[in-house]
Design a protein around this ligand. Structure first.
Ligand code: AHM
Ligand code: MG
Length: 325
C-alpha cells in the first residue's frame, strides 16, 4: 500500500535493527544507540548555553593534556560515560577528558566493545555558539584484553566510528565499516532520522582548511603547499572546530590539515578519538587520511592521548599536499 505519510520516519533505531553489521558484531547497534542517547542529551545542554548559567564557561580545572576544561566538556563526558556504562556490551571507555581508560565491565562478563570519544570537540567555540561536536570510535576488545590493551589498536581495527555535530541542526555521521550514512536529529521526534546514505567525498575541490596563523611553524613542505594553493585559485575555510571543518570537507570536498608545528611537534589532534574515527569516515566515503608520512589508520598507538598530524579529505587534494612534502 502506498504510504500517505510524507514525514521522514527512518529512525536510527530502525536503521540499526536492519543494518548489515560486520560479522560477529550483532551487539554493535546497542552501543551506537547508547552513544546516540548521550549525544541527544548533550544536544539539549548545548541548546541551553547562556540560558542556564551552569552550562557555559570554564570549570577552573585542566584535563590530563593541560587544557582548560569547559563545563560542557565535563557534562558531555559524564553523559557519555553514564549511557555507555549502562550498556551491557561496553567493556572499556577512553575519553579526552579522562586521564586513563576506564574499565566498566571485563570481557569475562560481556564487555566486548571499547568506546573512545572526544565528548565535546571544539569546546572553546561554545561561547560564540559556533559548531561543536562529539567524535567516537568503537573497537572490539580481544578476550581478556581489559584495560589499555583494549584501546591501543590501530584505527583500521575500528568496527564503527562517527561524529555528532551540534550546529544549526544536530546531525550524526556514522560508519559501521560499510559506507557512511547521515542522520539529522528531529527535535520533535527526539530521534535521529536517516537523510543521506553512502556519502562520497568529491575527489577534488580547491578548498584548504587549516589554521594559517601557524604557517611559518609548519615544515617547509606545508609552507610550499600553501604558497602553491595561493597561485592556483584555492579558497580557504576554517572554523577551528574539527567536527564542523571535517563535516564540510566530507560533504563539499577539499582538504583539512593540522600539521605538526614547532611548538606541537606531533600535531595537536589526538589519534585515538579524533584522527582515527574521522579517518575511517573519510576513507569509507572514498577520501584519504594521512599523517604526512603514512596512512593514519595504520598507526600503531602507544598511548590513549597520543597526538598525530592530520591531512584528510578529497583523495586528489590529499595527493597534492603529499606531492609538496
Ligand atoms: P579540543 O579537543 O581541545 O577542542 O581541540 C581540538 C580542536 C579541533 O576541533 C580543531 O580542529 C582544533 O582544535 C583547532 O585548533 P587551533 O585553534 O590551534 O586551530
Ligand atoms: Mg577535541
Amino acid at each position: 500500500m502506498t504510504s500517505r505519510i510524507s514525514e521522514n520516519l527512518d529512525t536510527l533505531p530502525n536503521y540499526l535493527r536492519t543494518a548489515k553489521l560486520p560479522d560477529g558484531e550483532s551487539n554493535l547497534g546497542e552501543v551506537i544507540s547508547a552513544i546516540a542517547l548521550a549525544t541527544k542529551a548533550i544536544a539539549r545542554k548545548v541548546r541551553r548555553a547562556r540560558i542556564n548559567d551552569d552550562i557555559i564557561g570554564s570549570v577552573g580545572a585542566t584535563n590530563v593534556q593541560g587544557e582548560d576544561q569547559q563545563k560542557l566538556d565535563v557534562i558531555s563526558n559524564d553523559l557519555l560515560i553514564h549511557c555507555l556504562s549502562a550498556n551491557p556490551n561496553v567493556g572499556v571507555i577512553g575519553s579526552e577528558e579522562e586521564d586513563d581508560v576506564v574499565v566498566v565491565r571485563p570481557t569475562a562478563v560481556g564487555g566486548e566493545y571499547c568506546v573512545l570519544f572526544d565528548p565535546l570537540d571544539g569546546s572553546s567555540n561554545i561561547d560564540v555558539a559556533a559548531g561543536v561536536g562529539t567524535i567516537f570510535s568503537v573497537l572490539r576488545i580481544a578476550d581478556g584484553a581489559d584495560g589499555d590493551a583494549a584501546a591501543l589498536q590501530p584505527g583500521k581495527a575500528q568496527v564503527a566510528a562517527g561524529y555528532v555535530l551540534y550546529g544549526s541542526s544536530v546531525l550524526m555521521v556514522l560508519t559501521l565499516g560499510n559506507g557512511v550514512d547521515m542522520f539529522v536529529l528531529d527535535p520533535e521526534l527526539g530521534e535521529f532520522v536517516l537523510v543521506q546514505t553512502r556519502l562520497e567525498v568529491p575527489r577534488e575541490k580547491k578548498v584548504r582548511s587549516i589554521n594559517g596563523a601557524y604557517r611559518f611553524d609548519f615544515a617547509q613542505g606545508y609552507q610550499d603547499y600553501l604558497a602553491w594553493t595561493e597561485s592556483h585559485g584555492y579558497g580557504s575555510r576554517y572554523i577551528g572546530s574539527m567536527v564542523a571543518d571535517v563535516h564540510r570537507t566530507l560533504l563539499k570536498g577539499g582538504v583539512f590539515l593540522y600539521p605538526a608545528t614547532t611548538s606541537a611537534p606531533d600535531g595537536k589532534l589526538r589519534l585515538m578519538y579524533e584522527a582515527n574515527p574521522m579517518s575511517l569516515l573519510v576513507e569509507q566515503a572514498g577520501g584519504s587520511a594521512v599523517t604526512g608520512t603514512g596512512r593514519i589508520l595504520d598507526v600503531q598507538p602507544g598511548e590513549l592521548h597520543q597526538r598525530t598530524p592530520v591531512v584528510l579529505g578529497s583523495a586528489g587534494e590529499v595527493e597534492i599536499v603529499l606531492s609538496h612534502l
